[in-house]
Design a protein. Structure first.
Length: 319
């Protein structure tokens, strides 16, 4: 019996030793180091592997806060989740242009926050980032922002007006629910507005004629006010071919035109035989700005592109 117990004990020691040896040296210490919280003045923060600072908590009591662009010589790139959560003294905050991301619930329940400056470096505003910011009346979202999280401005009961930037394509569910009386400008870039985005709101939507915003407003029985679009001058900026003359019969040549103008532009390609003075239509108006022309006959020819805007205005360029 004693020999059996000794044998079992030896097996346990051997197995335990084997497992001890496969744990990489210092692996536990590396994991712990990644979780270390640092403090600088009124901010707690972490530094990621790219030597970038994520502010995790504001521990001050100031009513006006300028978030630093650097801490300990490292750039502040993120306002972390819950960083300013329930900072009830806070009335004004300025975010530096080093910040790329505003995290989930970052300013949630900052009941006295009235003014916030978001720089055009920020690309993402997190879930419920400004939830229940009762005193916030207006906020400017820069064109750099591509994502606005669910419930981002939920229960901002005093929010009066906001403009969605051209970089945003979706207004997510409950983003502006319980916002009272709200005027919102929605660009053509927005092609999806999710369920409940404006729950319990008296909404006036400013948008463009024949846009998704107009359709959404009508389907939701919201007031819609049309924004008059400034007419964009029609200009052909370039007309090129991927091969230079002379070329042999049967060669495929790609013609490309670039233009600016009002609405969706259409392009038509024409060729003129300068020897016979005959004109030939290569392709009628289409939205594609390229055409592959397979030459049938040799000779001296001039190529033309006609560009038409949504108002029917036409410009021509030759090559």
């Amino acid at each position: 019996m004693g020999k059996k117990i000794l044998a079992i004990a030896m097996i346990i020691v051997t197995i335990t030793g084997a497992f001890t040896r496969i744990i990489p040296e210092n692996s536990l210490f590396v994991s712990a180091a990644e979780e270390v919280m640092k403090t600088d003045d009124n901010f707690q923060y972490k530094v990621n592997n790219n030597e970038e600072v994520n502010i995790t908590k504001y521990i001050g009591t100031d009513i006006e806060v300028d978030v630093p662009s650097k801490i300990d010589g490292k750039p502040v790139t993120s306002i972390g989740n819950y960083a300013f959560y329930t900072c009830q003294n806070l009335t004004n905050i300025t975010i530096p242009d080093s910040v790329i991301k505003i995290g989930d619930y970052a300013f949630s329940c900052c009941f006295n926050l009235k003014n916030i400056t978001i720089p055009d470096s920020v690309t993402s505003i997190g879930i419920s980032a400004f939830y229940d910011c009762d005193s916030l009346t207006n906020i400017s979202i820069p064109n750099s922002v591509t994502n606005i999280g669910v419930n981002a401005f939920d229960h901002c009961v005093c929010l009066q007006s906001i403009k969605i930037p051209n970089s945003v394509t979706t207004i997510k569910e409950y983003t502006f629910s319980y916002c009272g009386s709200l005027e919102i400008t929605i660009p053509r870039s927005v092609i999806t507005i999710e369920d409940g985005a404006f729950n319990y709101c008296l909404v006036t939507i400013y948008g463009y004629k024949d846009s998704y915003a107009e359709t959404f407003a009508k389907n939701s029985s919201f007031e819609f006010k049309k924004i008059e679009e400034l007419e964009q001058k029609l200009e052909i900026t370039s007309f090129t071919a991927d091969k230079v003359s002379p070329q042999i019969r049967g060669t495929s040549i790609t013609l490309t035109a670039n233009a600016t103008g009002q609405g969706a532009l259409q392009y038509k390609f024409i060729v003129r035989d300068n020897e016979t003075e005959n004109w030939y239509k290569l392709r009628d108006f289409e939205e594609s700005n390229t055409f592959i022309w397979k030459t049938n006959n040799t000779g001296n020819k001039t190529l033309y592109v006609y560009v038409k805007d949504e108002n029917g205005k036409v410009k021509r360029e030759s090559m």
